[in-house]
Design a protein around this ligand. Structure first.
Ligand code: HEM
Length: 263
Protein backbone atom coordinates (compact mmCIF):
# COMPACT_ATOMS: atom_id res chain seq x y z
CA UNK A 1 0.00 0.00 0.00
CA UNK A 2 1.34 3.48 -0.87
CA UNK A 3 2.02 5.71 2.12
CA UNK A 4 0.04 8.98 2.07
CA UNK A 5 1.52 12.17 0.60
CA UNK A 6 0.70 14.34 3.58
CA UNK A 7 0.15 13.26 7.17
CA UNK A 8 -0.63 14.98 10.44
CA UNK A 9 1.18 13.69 13.52
CA UNK A 10 -0.55 13.42 16.93
CA UNK A 11 1.37 16.54 18.04
CA UNK A 12 -0.20 18.45 15.14
CA UNK A 13 2.96 18.57 13.01
CA UNK A 14 2.28 18.22 9.29
CA UNK A 15 4.67 15.93 7.41
CA UNK A 16 5.09 15.68 3.63
CA UNK A 17 6.27 12.58 1.79
CA UNK A 18 9.60 13.16 0.06
CA UNK A 19 10.82 9.64 -0.78
CA UNK A 20 8.76 6.55 -1.52
CA UNK A 21 9.76 3.14 -0.14
CA UNK A 22 11.46 1.97 -3.38
CA UNK A 23 13.56 5.19 -3.47
CA UNK A 24 14.61 4.69 0.16
CA UNK A 25 15.50 1.06 -0.55
CA UNK A 26 17.53 2.20 -3.57
CA UNK A 27 19.45 4.61 -1.39
CA UNK A 28 20.40 1.85 1.06
CA UNK A 29 21.41 -0.38 -1.84
CA UNK A 30 23.52 2.45 -3.30
CA UNK A 31 25.28 2.97 0.07
CA UNK A 32 26.05 -0.74 0.48
CA UNK A 33 27.32 -1.28 -3.09
CA UNK A 34 29.27 1.97 -3.21
CA UNK A 35 31.05 1.32 0.10
CA UNK A 36 31.83 -2.26 -0.97
CA UNK A 37 33.20 -1.08 -4.33
CA UNK A 38 35.32 1.61 -2.69
CA UNK A 39 36.67 -0.79 -0.05
CA UNK A 40 37.56 -3.44 -2.65
CA UNK A 41 38.58 -1.03 -5.46
CA UNK A 42 40.90 1.49 -3.80
CA UNK A 43 43.27 -1.07 -2.27
CA UNK A 44 43.79 -2.33 -5.86
CA UNK A 45 44.57 1.20 -7.00
CA UNK A 46 46.93 1.81 -4.08
CA UNK A 47 48.19 -1.75 -3.71
CA UNK A 48 51.76 -0.69 -2.94
CA UNK A 49 50.69 1.38 0.07
CA UNK A 50 50.66 -0.16 3.54
CA UNK A 51 46.96 0.57 3.91
CA UNK A 52 46.09 -1.00 0.54
CA UNK A 53 48.16 -4.02 1.43
CA UNK A 54 46.47 -4.33 4.81
CA UNK A 55 42.92 -4.12 3.33
CA UNK A 56 43.74 -6.66 0.63
CA UNK A 57 45.01 -8.91 3.43
CA UNK A 58 41.62 -8.64 5.16
CA UNK A 59 40.02 -10.14 2.05
CA UNK A 60 42.60 -12.91 1.94
CA UNK A 61 44.53 -11.39 -0.95
CA UNK A 62 44.12 -9.48 -4.19
CA UNK A 63 42.23 -12.23 -6.03
CA UNK A 64 39.48 -12.39 -3.42
CA UNK A 65 39.12 -8.60 -3.32
CA UNK A 66 38.78 -8.63 -7.13
CA UNK A 67 36.02 -11.28 -6.97
CA UNK A 68 34.10 -9.31 -4.35
CA UNK A 69 34.55 -6.12 -6.39
CA UNK A 70 33.24 -7.79 -9.52
CA UNK A 71 30.25 -9.27 -7.67
CA UNK A 72 29.25 -5.85 -6.30
CA UNK A 73 30.00 -4.38 -9.74
CA UNK A 74 27.30 -6.67 -11.19
CA UNK A 75 24.85 -5.55 -8.46
CA UNK A 76 25.72 -1.93 -9.31
CA UNK A 77 25.06 -2.58 -13.04
CA UNK A 78 21.69 -4.22 -12.33
CA UNK A 79 20.71 -1.36 -10.03
CA UNK A 80 21.70 1.24 -12.64
CA UNK A 81 19.73 -0.53 -15.39
CA UNK A 82 16.64 -0.98 -13.17
CA UNK A 83 16.76 2.64 -12.02
CA UNK A 84 16.94 3.99 -15.57
CA UNK A 85 14.22 1.61 -16.83
CA UNK A 86 11.85 2.60 -14.01
CA UNK A 87 12.51 6.31 -14.66
CA UNK A 88 12.03 5.99 -18.45
CA UNK A 89 8.85 3.91 -18.13
CA UNK A 90 7.51 6.25 -15.43
CA UNK A 91 8.13 9.23 -17.71
CA UNK A 92 6.52 7.56 -20.75
CA UNK A 93 3.45 6.47 -18.79
CA UNK A 94 3.24 9.80 -16.97
CA UNK A 95 3.17 8.05 -13.58
CA UNK A 96 6.38 9.61 -12.29
CA UNK A 97 7.21 13.29 -11.82
CA UNK A 98 10.57 14.05 -13.42
CA UNK A 99 11.45 16.33 -10.51
CA UNK A 100 15.18 15.50 -10.69
CA UNK A 101 15.63 16.52 -14.33
CA UNK A 102 17.28 19.92 -14.88
CA UNK A 103 15.14 22.73 -16.39
CA UNK A 104 16.07 26.30 -17.36
CA UNK A 105 14.52 27.56 -14.13
CA UNK A 106 17.42 25.88 -12.28
CA UNK A 107 19.89 28.27 -13.94
CA UNK A 108 17.77 31.23 -12.81
CA UNK A 109 17.56 29.76 -9.29
CA UNK A 110 21.34 29.30 -9.14
CA UNK A 111 21.89 32.89 -10.32
CA UNK A 112 19.35 34.31 -7.88
CA UNK A 113 20.81 32.32 -5.00
CA UNK A 114 24.29 33.56 -5.84
CA UNK A 115 23.01 37.15 -5.80
CA UNK A 116 21.28 36.43 -2.48
CA UNK A 117 24.48 35.03 -0.96
CA UNK A 118 26.35 38.13 -2.15
CA UNK A 119 23.82 40.42 -0.53
CA UNK A 120 22.20 41.76 -3.73
CA UNK A 121 18.80 40.20 -2.92
CA UNK A 122 16.81 40.13 0.27
CA UNK A 123 15.53 36.56 -0.21
CA UNK A 124 16.75 33.46 -1.99
CA UNK A 125 14.57 32.01 -4.80
CA UNK A 126 11.65 29.70 -4.07
CA UNK A 127 13.18 26.33 -4.86
CA UNK A 128 11.36 23.27 -6.26
CA UNK A 129 11.15 19.80 -4.69
CA UNK A 130 14.76 19.14 -5.72
CA UNK A 131 16.90 22.23 -6.14
CA UNK A 132 19.61 22.84 -8.75
CA UNK A 133 22.37 21.53 -6.44
CA UNK A 134 20.53 18.28 -5.79
CA UNK A 135 19.81 17.85 -9.50
CA UNK A 136 23.45 18.51 -10.35
CA UNK A 137 24.51 15.84 -7.86
CA UNK A 138 21.95 13.35 -9.19
CA UNK A 139 22.87 13.88 -12.86
CA UNK A 140 26.55 13.61 -11.91
CA UNK A 141 25.80 10.34 -10.14
CA UNK A 142 23.94 8.93 -13.15
CA UNK A 143 26.61 9.98 -15.68
CA UNK A 144 29.48 8.91 -13.38
CA UNK A 145 27.66 5.61 -12.74
CA UNK A 146 27.41 4.99 -16.50
CA UNK A 147 31.16 5.63 -16.88
CA UNK A 148 31.85 3.14 -14.05
CA UNK A 149 29.53 0.52 -15.57
CA UNK A 150 30.93 0.85 -19.11
CA UNK A 151 34.61 0.96 -18.05
CA UNK A 152 34.05 -1.76 -15.43
CA UNK A 153 32.58 -4.08 -18.07
CA UNK A 154 35.56 -3.43 -20.37
CA UNK A 155 37.91 -4.34 -17.49
CA UNK A 156 35.86 -7.41 -16.71
CA UNK A 157 35.76 -8.77 -20.28
CA UNK A 158 38.86 -7.29 -21.98
CA UNK A 159 39.53 -10.22 -24.32
CA UNK A 160 35.96 -10.48 -25.47
CA UNK A 161 35.67 -6.76 -26.19
CA UNK A 162 39.06 -6.60 -27.93
CA UNK A 163 37.61 -8.90 -30.61
CA UNK A 164 35.13 -6.20 -31.67
CA UNK A 165 36.60 -2.93 -30.45
CA UNK A 166 40.09 -1.33 -30.57
CA UNK A 167 42.36 -2.81 -27.89
CA UNK A 168 43.43 0.70 -26.84
CA UNK A 169 40.01 0.87 -25.17
CA UNK A 170 41.30 -1.32 -22.34
CA UNK A 171 43.96 1.04 -20.91
CA UNK A 172 41.57 3.94 -21.56
CA UNK A 173 38.86 2.18 -19.55
CA UNK A 174 41.35 1.53 -16.76
CA UNK A 175 42.24 5.24 -16.52
CA UNK A 176 38.57 6.30 -16.72
CA UNK A 177 37.49 3.75 -14.09
CA UNK A 178 40.28 4.59 -11.69
CA UNK A 179 39.92 8.38 -11.92
CA UNK A 180 36.14 8.45 -11.96
CA UNK A 181 36.22 6.29 -8.81
CA UNK A 182 38.38 8.92 -7.11
CA UNK A 183 36.10 11.74 -8.31
CA UNK A 184 32.97 9.92 -7.12
CA UNK A 185 34.57 9.21 -3.76
CA UNK A 186 35.57 12.85 -3.23
CA UNK A 187 32.17 14.19 -4.32
CA UNK A 188 30.52 11.80 -1.91
CA UNK A 189 32.73 12.60 1.05
CA UNK A 190 33.05 16.36 0.55
CA UNK A 191 29.68 17.26 -0.92
CA UNK A 192 27.09 14.61 -0.16
CA UNK A 193 28.13 13.74 3.39
CA UNK A 194 28.37 17.43 4.21
CA UNK A 195 24.94 18.22 2.74
CA UNK A 196 23.14 15.20 4.19
CA UNK A 197 24.91 14.77 7.53
CA UNK A 198 27.33 17.48 8.63
CA UNK A 199 25.62 20.68 7.47
CA UNK A 200 24.29 22.62 10.49
CA UNK A 201 20.89 22.71 8.75
CA UNK A 202 20.44 18.93 9.02
CA UNK A 203 23.01 17.75 11.62
CA UNK A 204 23.15 15.02 12.98
CA UNK A 205 21.46 13.64 9.82
CA UNK A 206 18.79 14.50 7.27
CA UNK A 207 16.28 11.81 8.23
CA UNK A 208 13.98 12.22 5.23
CA UNK A 209 15.79 9.49 3.27
CA UNK A 210 15.21 7.11 6.23
CA UNK A 211 11.64 8.00 7.25
CA UNK A 212 10.52 9.22 3.80
CA UNK A 213 8.99 12.40 5.25
CA UNK A 214 9.98 16.04 5.91
CA UNK A 215 8.08 18.51 8.04
CA UNK A 216 6.01 21.15 6.26
CA UNK A 217 8.20 23.80 7.94
CA UNK A 218 11.40 22.32 6.49
CA UNK A 219 9.75 22.09 3.09
CA UNK A 220 8.65 25.72 3.29
CA UNK A 221 12.17 26.81 4.25
CA UNK A 222 14.19 24.82 1.72
CA UNK A 223 11.75 24.01 -1.11
CA UNK A 224 9.23 26.84 -1.01
CA UNK A 225 8.00 26.29 -4.57
CA UNK A 226 7.00 22.71 -3.74
CA UNK A 227 5.46 23.90 -0.48
CA UNK A 228 3.32 26.43 -2.36
CA UNK A 229 2.22 23.70 -4.76
CA UNK A 230 1.11 21.42 -1.91
CA UNK A 231 -0.21 24.08 0.47
CA UNK A 232 -1.48 27.03 -1.54
CA UNK A 233 -3.18 28.34 1.61
CA UNK A 234 -0.50 27.34 4.17
CA UNK A 235 -0.52 24.26 6.39
CA UNK A 236 -0.95 25.42 10.02
CA UNK A 237 -4.22 25.61 11.99
CA UNK A 238 -4.14 29.40 11.55
CA UNK A 239 -4.28 28.85 7.77
CA UNK A 240 -7.72 27.28 7.94
CA UNK A 241 -6.87 23.82 6.60
CA UNK A 242 -3.84 21.59 6.26
CA UNK A 243 -4.22 20.50 2.65
CA UNK A 244 -6.75 18.83 0.40
CA UNK A 245 -8.46 16.35 2.82
CA UNK A 246 -8.06 13.56 0.28
CA UNK A 247 -4.30 13.51 0.79
CA UNK A 248 -4.19 14.03 4.55
CA UNK A 249 -4.00 10.84 6.57
CA UNK A 250 -3.61 10.05 10.21
CA UNK A 251 -0.27 8.97 11.56
CA UNK A 252 1.22 5.76 10.12
CA UNK A 253 3.80 3.96 12.34
CA UNK A 254 6.82 5.50 10.61
CA UNK A 255 5.60 9.01 11.22
CA UNK A 256 4.93 8.22 14.87
CA UNK A 257 8.61 7.35 15.16
CA UNK A 258 9.49 10.66 13.52
CA UNK A 259 7.26 12.46 16.00
CA UNK A 260 8.67 10.76 19.05
CA UNK A 261 12.22 11.48 17.95
CA UNK A 262 11.38 15.07 17.03
CA UNK A 263 9.89 15.74 20.47
C1 HEM B 1 31.05 3.52 -8.13
C2 HEM B 1 31.42 2.32 -8.30
C3 HEM B 1 32.82 1.81 -8.43
C4 HEM B 1 33.99 2.20 -7.82
C5 HEM B 1 34.17 3.33 -6.81
C6 HEM B 1 35.05 1.36 -8.34
C7 HEM B 1 36.37 1.47 -7.98
C8 HEM B 1 37.42 0.77 -8.59
C9 HEM B 1 38.81 1.02 -8.38
C10 HEM B 1 39.38 2.13 -7.53
C11 HEM B 1 39.50 0.11 -9.11
C12 HEM B 1 41.02 -0.01 -9.21
C13 HEM B 1 41.46 0.78 -10.40
C14 HEM B 1 42.96 0.83 -10.49
O1 HEM B 1 43.61 -0.23 -10.35
O2 HEM B 1 43.50 1.93 -10.71
C15 HEM B 1 38.55 -0.74 -9.78
C16 HEM B 1 38.85 -1.81 -10.61
C17 HEM B 1 37.92 -2.61 -11.25
N1 HEM B 1 36.55 -2.44 -11.23
FE1 HEM B 1 35.55 -1.03 -10.22
N2 HEM B 1 34.51 0.47 -9.22
C18 HEM B 1 33.17 0.70 -9.32
C19 HEM B 1 32.27 0.07 -10.13
C20 HEM B 1 32.55 -1.04 -10.89
C21 HEM B 1 31.61 -1.74 -11.72
C22 HEM B 1 30.14 -1.33 -11.87
C23 HEM B 1 32.26 -2.78 -12.29
C24 HEM B 1 31.73 -3.85 -13.22
C25 HEM B 1 30.90 -3.65 -14.15
C26 HEM B 1 33.64 -2.73 -11.85
C27 HEM B 1 34.63 -3.61 -12.25
C28 HEM B 1 35.97 -3.43 -12.00
C29 HEM B 1 37.02 -4.28 -12.54
C30 HEM B 1 36.80 -5.49 -13.45
C31 HEM B 1 38.23 -3.74 -12.08
C32 HEM B 1 39.66 -4.25 -12.39
C33 HEM B 1 40.12 -5.16 -11.32
C34 HEM B 1 39.72 -6.56 -11.67
O3 HEM B 1 40.12 -7.03 -12.72
O4 HEM B 1 38.99 -7.17 -10.89
N3 HEM B 1 33.77 -1.67 -11.01
N4 HEM B 1 37.29 -0.32 -9.45
Amino acid sequence: MRSPEIIRLPNGQVMVKRFSLPRRFEHILAIVTFVALIVTGFPQKFDTSNFGHWVLGLFGGLDNARYVHRAFGVVFCLHAITHLMVAILGALRGTMRMSLLPVTQDLRDAWQNLRYYMGYREHGPKLPKFDYRQKFEYIGLVLGGLVMVASGLVLMYPMLLAQFLPASLIPAAQVAHSNEAMLAFLVLVIWHIYGAVLSPEVFPIDRSIITGYVSAEELEEHHAQEYDRLFPHGHGPHHGHAAAPAVVAQTPPVAQQVASRAE
